[in-house]
Design a protein around this ligand. Structure first.
Ligand code: FE2
Length: 375
């Protein structure tokens, strides 16, 4: 009897959408040439691949930059009256594609669309002399999409349509490693429907929830649920605004992005002090919490391996859960609209998201929001 029960359990837990991690993040931007230069100069990405008229792609240009396992694609339209130009007109620069690495893009599409996922791209085989890449995709919140990328039979630089992009200007890496998580901001009362989407369509599980009591300041609030795939390689927290005395930061995002979209990409490092020192020296601005945050921090988080002084000087936040601790910091928005920003995170055992920092952090965010006249 017991064996049968275990077997049934195992069967139920079979992951119908096995993901090997984030393949790349694609941004639609107003000027991909300049954006690629920015990501190389400030964040230390390396030139990898290029697609455009010279490679037979006539309507857009894409630059691919990479740092360790982190790959960004920066795409701009060459003409108006197309989906990319419309996306930028509506949203400003932002994330269009969260591409996920799979072993079988055809199966990923069948599994997700048979469970209610809306097709963005039917399974498509791209071929060149280096082999083939299979792509398929579904829509998620807002105009954001997930592409499933199968590249096991491909040995080229990125994918067919791209050529190697070699440059003489190659700024050093800043130690960024991979995507830790990507957060989506959705509209009022839309968090739970999108949680259900990730559960039903993609087989994710809700691993953490924060209500407006957890994430509120005197003035504004939000709610958040963290969705994770089976092996934990892909994590998508979903935020929605909550009622407060003043406007939620999620609402400000929704106003300026003109709808739902990716709020932040969290990027892992093994040495946050070195990485953030480097990023600040290269001109990246981060949110600052008041110096008083550090007065009692070690009472809250206990002993940590790092010296406190550099963390305080850089404005790096610390939090602890049952499994360890984490160090994190948040950039200011990366474009003029108060929309997308990055988080830099170093995990030292902790698998959570810095709940203990929410209040200090959101107060810092509100000061910025207030300065823009949007609180
Ligand atoms: Fe985060």
């Amino acid at each position: 009897m017991q064996t049968t029960a275990v077997e049934i359990n195992k069967k139920e837990e079979t992951d119908f959408l096995p993901l090997q991690g984030t393949d790349y993040v694609e941004f639609y931007v107003g000027n991909a040439k300049q954006a690629a230069h920015f990501y190389k100069t400030t964040f230390g990405f390396q030139s990898l691949a290029y697609a455009g008229p010279e490679t037979g792609v006539m309507d857009k240009v894409s630059y691919v930059v990479r740092q360790n396992k982190l790959t960004f694609v920066l795409t701009t339209p060459l003409r108006t009256n197309n989906a990319i130009a419309d996306h930028i007109y509506k949203h400003g620069d932002g994330v269009k594609v969260l591409a996920l690495m799979v072993n079988d893009a055809n199966d990923a599409w069948h599994q997700t669309t048979s469970r209610g996922g809306k097709t963005y791209m039917e399974p498509t085989i791209l071929k060149d002399k280096d082999g083939e890449v299979v792509l398929s995709g579904i829509h998620t919140y807002g105009d954001t999409v997930h592409l499933f990328v199968e590249r096991k039979n491909y040995n080229g630089v990125f994918m067919p349509g791209y050529r190697l992009w070699e440059t003489d200007y190659n700024p050093a890496s800043t130690g960024l490693l991979y995507v830790d998580h990507c957060v989506g901001n959705v509209g009022w009362n839309q968090m739970n429907p999108w949680v259900k989407f990730y559960e039903d369509v993609m087989g994710f599980k809700n691993i953490l929830s924060f209500d407006d009591k957890d994430i509120s300041t005197e003035y504004s609030a939000l709610m958040s649920k963290v969705m994770s795939n089976g092996n934990g390689y892909v994590k998508f927290p979903i935020n929605e605004p909550a009622e407060g005395k003043k406007k939620s930061q999620v609402e400000e995002f929704l106003d300026f992005y003109n709808g739902e979209g990716v709020q932040h990409v969290a990027i892992a490092t093994n040495n946050i002090v070195e990485t953030v020192t480097d990023l600040q020296n290269r001109g990246i601005d981060f949110l600052k919490v008041p110096a008083s945050y550090y007065d009692s921090i070690l009472d809250r988080v206990g002993k940590i391996d790092e010296d406190l002084a550099p963390l305080r000087d850089l404005g790096i936040l610390i939090d602890r859960d049952e499994e360890g601790y984490l160090l994190q910091i948040f950039s200011k928005p990366l474009q003029d609209r108060p929309t997308l920003f990055f988080e830099i995170i170093q995990r030292k055992g902790a698998k959570s998201f810095g709940k203990g920092n929410f209040k200090a952090l959101f107060e810092a965010l509100e000061r910025e929001q207030d300065a823009r006249g949007n609180l």
